[in-house]
Design a binder for this molecule. Structure first.
Ligand code: TLP
Length: 341
């Protein structure tokens, strides 16, 4: 049976070039700072996002959690979106690892307003925790992959700077955002203090993410990574694929965005009762299901029976994420399946 996997861009497999460089990678003990391939990846990554230094981490989740831990102290309050990955999908790590409490704001549109941030930052008061960090996300996953424009990010950063509160950006898909906004990624993230981005999603590396920021911040983050068990020794084997991800896979993201458009158009044109397009942004398509006509889970199971894999995204919502391992013909097949339902 034909299988079209649209659950996420995390499912992408490494390219032949990645496999080749992985086999030949020069390695050393990265905990001693002696892995030349990891060092090269970290330098390249810092350069690309315009930050002083960068750290190679096993996953986006660990990158975000190290950022929280490094920016805050136990008992702090952090401001973040109620739909943000850090709040919604990281197993409550902020409370367990960094011992901080979450103050959530409405980010259903992808980002909260600078006014809301200003009203939420704590004054000095014997009863209050201190505001230790503000977190943003771009593209915004639960916002349906929406790219947040630089102006909105900078407005929040400017309030944060006024109160000397650092800003961390979960930029798991920052290159998708930069492509959509037609802006250099360096410019897009210039006002945030730290940024995490993933090599292992649409960029197709098998493992790994990057945390970037000032040199002092990254020195401390490196120590926190070690504490969490993320010191990876001869990690050059995977870092080599990360270098290919940055050098060769960013420019092709456009194909994923086009496929998302193709899928959304196919669904819209099918004019099927009960299924429509809620949103199409970057490489995400959010399908809207009328639960009077179909149960969301039942519909997902029906697609699955035809080899089409997608993700439950809330009541009446299904997420499809295009990626390098999906072709235009496969998107046509998904639309055919939809028309047969
Ligand atoms: N997102 C995954 C799932 O965890 C939901 C997905 O399939 O979309 N930040 C953002 C914005 C993310 O979307 C993700 C992964 C992460 C961080 C975490 O990255 P990993 O999976 O490498 O820990």
């Amino acid at each position: 049976m034909q299988v079209v996997d649209l659950r996420s861009d995390t499912i992408t497999k490494p390219t032949p070039k990645m496999r080749e460089v992985m086999a030949k990678a020069e390695v050393g003990d990265d905990v001693y700072g002696e892995d030349p391939t990891v060092n090269r990846l970290e330098e390249l990554a810092a350069e690309i996002v315009g930050k002083e230094a960068a750290l190679f981490v096993p996953s986006g989740t660990m990158g975000n959690q190290i950022a929280l831990m490094t920016h805050t102290k136990p008992g702090d309050e952090i401001i973040l979106g109620q739909e943000s990955h850090i709040f919604y999908y990281e197993v409550g790590g902020l409370a367990r690892i960094s011992n901080v409490q979450a103050r959530t704001l409405d980010d259903s549109s992808g980002i909260f307003s600078p006014e809301a941030v200003k009203a939420t930052i704590r004054d000095e008061n014997i009863h209050y925790p201190e505001t230790g960090l503000i977190c943003l996300e771009n593209t915004h996953n639960r916002g349906g992959g929406v790219a947040i424009v630089k102006e909105r990010i900078d407005q929040v950063c400017s309030v944060a700077q006024e109160y000397s509160v650092p800003v961390h950006l979960d930029g798991a898909r920052i290159f998708n955002a930069a492509l959509e906004l037609e802006i250099d990624v360096k410019k897009l993230v210039e006002e945030v203090d730290s940024v995490m981005f993933c090599l292992s999603k649409a960029l197709a590396a098998p493992v790994g993410s990057i945390l970037a920021g000032s040199k002092d911040f990254i020195d401390q983050a490196r120590k926190n990574r070690k504490m969490l068990g993320g010191g990876m020794r001869q990690a050059g084997v995977i870092a080599a694929a990360g270098i290919v991800a940055l050098e060769e896979m960013v420019h092709r993201l456009e194909e994923d965005h086009k496929l998302a458009e193709q899928l959304a158009q196919g669904i819209a044109e099918s004019k099927l009762d009960g299924i429509g397009v809620e949103a199409v942004n970057t490489n995400f398509v959010i399908l809207k299901v009328d639960n009077e006509v179909y149960e969301t889970e039942e519909l997902l199971a029906k697609f699955n029976d035809h080899g089409v894999k997608m993700t439950y995204f809330g009541p009446g919502l299904i997420r499809a994420v295009t990626n390098k391992d999906v072709t235009s013909n496969e998107v046509d097949y998904v639309v055919d399946v939809l028309n047969k339902l």
